[in-house]
Design a protein around this ligand. Structure first.
Ligand code: FAD
Length: 157
């Protein structure tokens, strides 16, 4: 925040490995903390939390929107199922089914992102070396890579 615009643009270009070339202009800067949060319950009486209202995760792998969309899909499916069974949409049996479907999945993705965050923040050379070996191995072993891609795309949720 204390850098001049030119200094900031130079740092930003370096952080992007200059893949976009020289950065000549950037908009006004703001600072806000990135917090990981998770609601204890997604459902209370007839109130239901979805997306970032229920969980915010470190924006490390672009998972926030995916998780919210998966919440919305699961909630829509459980409401539909409840209606077909003749239940009210506010029936706790219906809403808690949504919570059960999503909570474990969201928590596991949150902890995975937190793990990556801590791993990539490590300055210790031996840990960084092991991390790089592991990442490059995962990149080369197609079944592992495909499984990670499917998980990140929300296809195995
Ligand atoms: C720096 C950063 C980078 C990110 N990068 C990515 C990324 O690359 N990929 C990705 O998938 N996700 C990313 N995310 C996460 C993603 O932005 C969120 O997960 C996603 O926007 C959550 O969607 P949402 O609809 O649940 O909530 P929000 O997008 O927060 O929408 C909630 C809306 O409700 C409105 N609102 C709040 N209170 C009230 C009120 N009382 N009355 C009426 N309206 C209200 C707000 O103004 C807002 O428009 C990033 C997040 C951050 C902070």
């Amino acid at each position: 925040m204390s850098l001049s615009e030119d200094e900031f643009n130079a740092e930003l270009a370096a952080a992007l490995e200059s893949k976009l070339g020289t950065i000549e202009w950037s908009d006004k800067r703001f600072v806000f903390p990135l917090r990981q949060r998770h609601a204890l319950d997604y459902v209370k009486e007839s109130i239901v939390l979805v997306g970032d209202a229920a969980h915010t995760i470190h924006p490390l792998a672009g998972q926030g929107v995916n998780l919210g969309l998966l919440d919305a899909k699961a909630l829509a499916e459980e409401l539909q199922r409840g209606i077909e069974a003749g239940r009210s949409v506010a029936d706790p049996t219906v809403l808690l089914r949504y919570q059960r479907r999503r909570k474990g999945n969201n928590l596991s993705m949150m902890w995975l992102m937190e793990g990556f965050n801590r791993l990539f923040a490590q300055q210790d050379l031996s840990i960084r070396w092991l991390r790089n070996i592991g990442m490059s191995a995962a990149d080369k072993v197609m079944p592992i890579k495909n499984q990670m891609i499917r998980k990140a795309m929300g296809l195995d949720s």
